[in-house]
Design a protein around this ligand. Structure first.
Ligand SMILES: NC(=O)c1ccc[n+]([C@@H]2O[C@H](COP(=O)([O-])OP(=O)(O)OC[C@H]3O[C@@H](n4cnc5c(N)ncnc54)[C@H](O)[C@@H]3O)[C@@H](O)[C@H]2O)c1
Length: 596
């Protein structure tokens, strides 16, 4: 029979501890909440009251229930108060010696049958357990931030944790309304092992001034549908905690350079910029602990619709290509009021693209998102041509032809001869160096990347890729165009994968390596990222949608350009592609799609 947990102890009431107290108290369990000082207890209590008051204000919690919840918590200084609880969850800072000291003390104070759990994100639960005389009753219960919201709990069993303790904790998670994945003791478990390389990489992009904090975060939110960008997430996690986690993962996880904390993180921790909890991290917050971002000296100045100096006026746009991207981009520009000249390689192709644009616009009308007049006006703005010469007087060209450098270079050389001076020449390439295309012309300062996402009419993001030769005017013009299209343009340098793919694909590749190492199953890894980090899809679901061949090609490019050993494509990914398991499009990838 499963063990009854009537009272639990929580040690450390910081970012995680205060949330964990709320999870238990909400579910009718008495909590002894312990901190190091009266002031720290007060901070923890204030966090809980703030959170429950917000829940009441939002109508998610009745006032009486809030009062009952708060009454279940006994606030204490010092571990001695934990003598009669059934379970303790430790959530003190991520330092092994500190946690070992606390576990030795808990072992002395707590009743012999009590289970001792750690909320560590990256330290070895086994090493923590051996500081006690009851390592078989020590387990990892890893909640996600914010604990009351995130559904996932990683239950970490060591080689000595007894099976009944694991079963009891799993039953407890269910009672708390959480979904648990039970795994063995490895640095970063599932979610953090996949998350922290990505977070560290995002910080390195900021540190090297590859893109701004706003653009990095917007790219991942709008390009991948993530609930928050990586830098905002670092602020939520706490930079001190993130530093410790990265440092431990680097040392425990095979010294993967991608986990070596980017120097900027340590500098920020030393400077007291810890994230939300200290009121300032990558962003500045209204006050310590507040989720409300306020402007600071790094906040971009908005021009209020006025064009920046040197921005060129764009009225007429040429779009070259006849594939999915070109079709979507024609629709986007035509709907936004631009005069569009579509150039394909023949009348037949033009007719097909025209049909596809019409079908898509009609869908908008059927769904009530577009009036018939607006549809007709948009179509009326498009001229269909099979000759590049018709682009002689456009103000902007967007190239969306096949992803082959020789083809794109030849096209840009022709555009250079045909187009009038001062035209912005843009490529939608997602993986080729923009500078190669730019150097095929005599006017590299006018060439830029405009990386739209598929489907272009729906996806709100455009990566604006500046080469080392792109002029400020070209860049300002590209930004103004994106704004006029109603898209969020994020500016970045001309590196493989730009922002989104460079941050996304290594994470997907890591998930494949985790599966390959038999650490967990595809289902549990997908759950972990969806329920622990709020991702719209798990990595294996996404890989099957994107296509394993496409993913492998992108990962190879990243590896070849950056020479980062950790970016080497997972052998399992290569094998699946060789076997023709390409994802949904071939009926089978990581999952079999023929039976659904
Ligand atoms: N921040 C996250 O997003 C996150 C998510 C999951 C797990 N974790 C893990 O949770 C643990 C806590 O992290 P955090 O971010 O909440 O840290 P935090 O710095 O916000 O809070 C730690 C708290 O522990 C208290 N403390 C320190 N020594 C103590 C002692 N001897 N006795 C009692 N309390 C003590 C501190 O006063 C502080 O309030 C870490 O192991 C971390 O890896 C963090």
């Amino acid at each position: 029979m499963a063990r009854e947990f009537t009272s639990v102890g929580v040690v450390g009431l910081g970012t995680m501890g205060a949330g964990i107290v709320e999870v238990f108290a909400r579910n009718g369990i008495d909590v002894v909440a312990v901190e190091i000082s009266a002031a720290a207890v007060e901070r923890g209590r204030a966090t809980l009251t703030g959170s429950t008051d917000r829940a009441v204000a939002k109508g998610k919690l009745a006032e009486a229930d809030r009062d009952a919840l708060l009454a279940r918590v006994d606030w204490q200084v010092g571990l001695d108060a934990l003598h009669s609880v059934d379970l303790v969850i430790e959530a003190v800072p991520e330092q092994l010696d500190l946690k070992q000291r606390i576990f030795a003390e808990l072992d002395r104070v707590c009743k012999p049958e009590a289970i001792l759990a750690t909320n560590t994100s990256s330290l070895s639960v086994t090493e923590i357990s051996v500081a006690t005389t009851r390592p078989n009753q020590v387990i990892g219960i890893h909640f996600f931030n914010p604990a009351p919201v995130m559904k996932l709990v990683e239950v970490v069993r060591t080689v000595v944790t007894s099976a009944d303790v694991v079963a009891d904790v799993e039953a407890l998670c269910e009672r708390l309304g959480k979904v648990d994945v039970t795994i063995s003791d490895r640095a970063g478990f599932i979610a953090n092992a996949l998350l922290f390389g990505y977070l560290n990489h995002a910080v390195s992009m900021l540190e090297s001034r590859y893109a701004t904090r706003e653009d990095i975060d917007a790219a991942m939110k709008l390009g991948c549908g993530l609930p928050m960008g990586p830098l905002a997430l670092m602020d939520l996690i706490g930079l001190d905690t993130a530093y410790e986690i990265l440092d431990t993962m680097y040392r425990r996880g095979g010294r993967d350079r991608r986990h070596a904390p980017v120097p900027l993180i340590k500098q920020m921790v030393t400077a007291g910029l810890l994230g939300r909890k200290s009121g300032r991290g990558f962003y500045t917050y209204e006050r310590p602990g507040s989720p409300v971002v306020v402007p600071d000296e790094h906040t971009p100045v908005t021009t209020g619709g006025a064009l920046a100096d040197g921005t060129r006026a764009i009225a007429k746009v040429g779009i070259v290509g006849s594939g999915t991207m070109a079709t979507g981009i024609i629709e986007v520009f035509a709907k936004a009021g631009y005069e569009v000249i579509s150039v394909t390689r023949g009348a037949e192709k033009s007719a097909k693209v025209c049909e596809a644009v019409k079908t898509s616009l009609n869908k908008g009308v059927v769904r009530g998102k577009l009036s018939e007049e607006d549809r007709d006006a948009a179509l009326g703005r498009v001229t269909w041509s099979a000759t590049l010469d018709h682009l002689a007087d456009v103000d902007l060209v967007v190239e969306a032809v096949v992803e082959e450098l020789s083809v794109k270079k030849a096209l840009f050389a022709s555009l250079d001869e045909i187009c009038k001076p001062g035209v912005v020449l843009a490529t939608t390439t997602s993986s080729l160096p923009v500078i190669d295309v730019a150097m095929a012309t005599q006017r590299p300062a006018d060439v830029i990347g405009l990386h739209f996402f598929n489907p272009a009419p729906i996806m709100p993001l455009v990566e604006i890729v500046q080469t080392i030769r792109t002029s400020a005017e070209t860049s300002a013009t590209a930004r103004a165009v994106c704004a006029a299209l109603g898209k969020t343009g994020v500016v970045c340098g001309d590196r493989s994968g730009f922002i989104v793919n460079a941050l996304l694909f290594p994470y997907l590749n890591d998930a494949v390596k985790m599966l390959e190492a038999s650490y967990s199953t595809a289902d549990d890894i997908d759950y972990a990222m969806k329920l622990g980090c709020g991702y719209p899809m798990g990595p294996f679901e996404l890989l099957d949608v994107v296509g394993l061949d496409v993913s492998l090609a992108i990962q190879r490019e990243l590896y070849l350009e950056l020479r980062e050993p950790g970016f080497a494509p997972a052998p399992l990914l290569e094998h699946l592609v060789t076997a023709g398991y390409l994802g949904r499009k071939s009926g089978r990838g990581f999952r079999d799609h023929t039976k659904r």
